[in-house]
Design a protein around this ligand. Structure first.
Ligand code: ADP
Ligand code: MG
Length: 317
């Protein structure tokens, strides 16, 4: 297949469009809507690896696990990430297949449960700072602390668990993903940033035991895009373009920037919020500094417009 290859990172939040109605029927609506835009890309000749976040979904599963704790054993975080790769992967796989079939496009679509290697010496393990799950009272938080979680008071809004966010080093299923894309199949992979695993001295992969961690999905997507030589890293999120001075009166929307400009804006520290846009820009910079040719950040509804050069923020070397 001589198709162009794109890694498209779909935000976990963008699959929960209405926070008050996060139920499964509404999730299906959001997934189907996103898949219409992904199918447009396939129709335009792209082979896709679709990656996705899972932040809100992990929170729901954790909450269910907590409420049922008196009756059923708890589910560890690596299994929760795997669960969301299965559930979100299944939804995307079915919705995209149906959308392609409705356009008479016959392309296999398959979700791959993906492990991502991390290093236990990663500095991210020393300062867990990524909040997950729901807010709680201090007393409850202390109980989780006794169970081995780390907890923080989050800006006066209540207590939350925090987990480490180590750097992704290697996508374990990369070869399988590449075999599939070489054949022209549409692949869904590195859901939720991938399941973090470590390697022991014998070279065996193992879950992280006693350490809670999740990998940033934008960083993992950039690594995968780099390793499989994707022509494009497309980050599909809730904004049409990236802005300077985001949310301030002097906000400026960006159409096209270079890596050098992106790094300068990152260094200025005021433009891209930490935990949301900053990690996306960092991921894009890493992709472009490691052989990537082009990255695009826009929202699902504008993917086709943006690929025609009409909107979105393009970042180039
Ligand atoms: P995702 O679930 O796709 O990872 P995030 O909420 O983590 O989405 O990040 C995207 C959000 O970042 C945007 O919806 C926007 O609210 C916010 N944001 C922060 N800084 C900027 C910026 N400089 N330009 C545009 N959006 C920004
Ligand atoms: Mg995010």
């Amino acid at each position: 297949m001589s198709n162009k290859l794109a890694v498209v990172a779909v935000g976990g939040n963008s699959l929960i469009t209405d926070k008050k109605n996060p139920d499964v029927p509404h999730q299906w609506d959001a997934v189907r809507e996103t898949c219409r835009h992904l199918a447009d890309m396939v129709e335009d000749g792209w082979t896709l690896v679709v990656t996705h976040g899972n932040g809100p979904q992990v929170g729901y599963i954790l909450r269910r696990s907590e409420l049922a704790a008196h009756e059923v054993h708890p589910t560890p975080l690596d299994l929760i990430v795997a669960n969301t790769q299965g559930s979100i992967g299944y939804m995307l796989q079915q919705a995209l297949r149906n959308e392609l079939n409705s356009r008479n496009i016959d392309r296999p679509v398959v979700a791959v449960v993906t492990q991502v290697l991390v290093d236990l010496d990663d500095s991210g393990f020393k300062n867990p700072d990524k909040p997950i799950g729901s807010f709680m009272e201090e007393e409850e938080a202390r109980q989780f602390e006794a169970d081995g979680w780390q907890v923080v008071e989050d800006a006066g809004r209540g207590w939350r668990r925090v987990v480490a966010s180590p750097k992704p080093l290697e996508v374990i299923e990369q070869d399988a993903i590449q075999t599939l894309t070489d054949a022209g199949d549409i692949v869904i992979a590195v859901g939720g940033g991938g399941i973090p695993v470590v390697q022991n001295r014998k070279g065996e992969l193992r879950e992280l035991s006693g350490v809670y961690a999740v990998i940033d999905k934008d960083r993992a997507s950039a690594l995968l895009a780099q390793e499989i030589g994707a022509d494009l890293l497309l980050i599909s999120t809730a904004v049409e373009k990236v802005a300077l001075n985001y949310g301030k009166p002097d906000q400026v929307w960006l159409d096209r920037i270079t890596v050098a400009e992106a790094k300068q804006y990152l260094a200025e520290g005021t433009h891209f919020a930490p935990g949301s846009m900053a990690p996306k820009i960092e991921a894009v910079v890493s992709f472009l500094e490691n052989g990537g040719k082009q990255a695009l950040i826009t929202d699902p509804a504008n993917i086709a417009h943006a690929l025609r050069g009409e909107t979105g923020t393009f970042i180039t070397p």
